[in-house]
Design a protein around this ligand. Structure first.
Ligand code: 5AD
Ligand code: SF4
Length: 521
């Protein structure tokens, strides 16, 4: 392989999917299981981070100048909006920002599609089934639009960033009024105006990320737990993942802006803040200062807020400084979600994860030494193209060795224009399903075993409200992220209270209030 070819191959990883060299993509398509490893060992190169860094420094500005345009101010008075959210917490939080913008324009929220004047679907593109659900929902919304032509129907979020999705909507769902992506949420007022008064479908999807807008309004869901973005985008380019394309390059918020937001939430009485990013461990790498997630957590530790957590981690960037800070305890939680994806080094290499099984286990060892009480949870993909039975066994053995207490497990789903989607796959779907089932059985058993150790213990629970399954029971989480259900008066909602565990189940604990230690109104 000469230098030119190597460069071309590396571009497949780093380029915008739409401009990737078709010949190279075809070349990957021809690969068979046997030469995957040879191909990756000889030609795989990480994306060109130096270029990405340069581009970010030049391109990302931090702006504090958001305002509702005069002609849209109070334009929502007497009107209602509804946002249906799919996918991750990043999307949930984007919905809070859009809700804030709607409310700043005078709109009220509704959960009834029939009363809504605007309906937005904030979509997720991570796997094919997430997209299918959205297309199903678009079909359900069509009769509403026929009944009420003034209704504005919009699609936003990660799916909007995909060219194929936009084309499909244009061709098959022309009744949609508005499509916008993840980089231009702040333009919602202008886009709504165009959608209301124009005749054409409004499509405003930026392929390149723009500036960080700091002063967007937010209408937060609830007053106990809050989400705070610390960074946007992802530069990891795992070969199966669409996120670096739909969310753009990594862009960190300035520490002072994050600290101010968290302080403000603490002053408002929030009890838990989750710092959000697709790869939070890369926080700060794009800033001009020497400052990382560990430094940020250390500063946040001193804020009078009972619980601070973060999601999601990438093992590659999880450094000693962060472990040292987390081990200080206090409001740092005893739970680390550390996606591993596979327990086999060769599969990890083809996935572009940039760590080996051994390196992952070494990191787990460091965390366990520093935080012996911590709960570890993970994400796993089974049935990656050509994953052999032996490679899958390595995932099982790693799950057992680490003793994950919970795992989000997925069957690999090919995503358009990602490098993995070009790989030929010889594993039948039935085999993939069988692997998933086997893995889930083991994970569930480990979860049940971990739960059973709590029987008879007293744990501190942040009470969130009524249980989703039973309104007569309250529910909340421990510092190690265990769901606890128990009977108590509503006055304890929002407090952190001691609960005695009487029964362990597979995914939750049943407890009873330790009356004498709680002030009950
Ligand atoms: N197929 C299956 N699972 C995926 N994930 C990301 N992309 C894919 C895909 N193409 C999983 C990973 C990630 C989680 C959020 O979703 O496990 O950690
Ligand atoms: Fe996707 Fe996470 Fe990998 Fe980024 S680090 S590419 S978000 S799986």
């Amino acid at each position: 392989m000469n230098e030119e070819q190597r460069k071309e191959m590396s571009q497949i990883q780093s380029k915008d999917p739409n401009s990737a060299d078709q010949n190279n993509l075809n070349r990957i398509k021809q690969k068979t299981s046997d030469d995957f490893m040879k191909y990756f060992e000889t030609t795989y190169q990480p994306p060109n981070m130096r270029d990405a860094q340069r581009r970010k420094k030049k391109d990302t500005d931090v702006l504090y100048d958001f305002s509702i345009p005069e002609d849209m101010d109070q334009s929502g008075s007497g009107k209602k909006y509804m946002i249906r959210t799919y996918g991750c917490q990043m999307n949930e939080h984007d919905t809070e920002v859009m809700a804030g913008i709607f409310e700043a324009m005078g709109y009220e929220s509704t959960s009834n599609t029939k009363e809504a004047d605007v309906i937005l679907l904030n979509t997720c593109a991570i796997r094919e089934n997430a997209e299918n659900r959205v297309f199903g929902e678009i079909g359900h919304l069509k009769p509403l639009k026929l009944e009420n032509p003034n209704l504005v129907l919009g699609i936003c979020g990660c799916m909007s960033q995909e060219e194929s999705v936009v084309n499909r909507i244009l061709k098959k769902h022309p009744f949609i009024d508005l499509i916008f992506g993840t980089h231009n949420i702040h333009r919602l007022p202008q886009l709504l105006k165009e959608a209301m008064f124009g005749k054409e479908m409004v499509i405003d999807v930026w392929s390149k990320e723009g500036d960080i807008i700091e002063n967007l309004p937010r209408s937060r869901k609830g007053n106990i737990k809050a989400w705070v973005n610390i960074m946007y985008g992802c530069d990891k380019f795992c070969t199966y993942c669409i996120v670096p394309y739909t969310r753009g390059k990594e862009r960190s918020r300035m520490p002072k802006d994050i600290i101010q937001e968290v302080r403000h939430l603490a002053a408002q009485g929030y009890k838990e803040v989750t710092l959000l990013g697709q790869n939070v461990n890369a926080y700060g790498k794009d800033l001009d200062i020497e400052y990382g997630l560990g430094d940020l957590m250390d500063e946040l530790r001193s804020i009078d807020l009972p619980r601070i957590r973060f999601t999601t981690s990438h093992p590659r960037d999880f450094d000693d400084r962060l472990i040292e800070v987390l081990a200080k305890g206090g409001n740092m939680l005893d739970h680390i979600h550390l996606p591993v994806q596979s327990g086999n080094t060769d599969v990890l290499k083809i996935m572009g994860r940039k760590y080996s099984r051994e390196e992952y286990l070494e990191l787990v060892g460091k965390i366990r030494t520093a935080m012996p009480e911590a709960t570890l949870t993970t994400d796993i993909i089974v049935g990656f193209p050509n994953e052999t039975a032996e490679q899958f066994e390595d995932t099982i053995s790693l799950v057992e060795e680490v003793g994950f207490e919970h795992a989000y497990t997925f069957i690999y789903s090919p995503r358009d224009n990602t490098p993995a989607a070009k790989m030929k796959d010889n594993i039948p779907m039935d085999e993939k399903k069988a692997r998933l089932q086997r893995l889930n059985k083991i994970v569930n058993q480990q979860s049940a075993d971990a739960m059973s150790q709590y029987e008879g213990e007293i744990v501190d629970v942040l009470v969130e409200g009524e249980s989703k399954n039973n309104p007569d029971v309250l529910a909340g989480y421990t510092k190690r992220n265990k769901l606890v259900n128990f009977r108590a008066p509503d006055s304890v909602i929002g407090q952190i209270i001691p609960v005695k565990i009487i029964k362990a189940k597979t995914w939750s604990l049943d407890g009873e209030l330790v009356q004498e230690k709680v002030e009950v109104n």
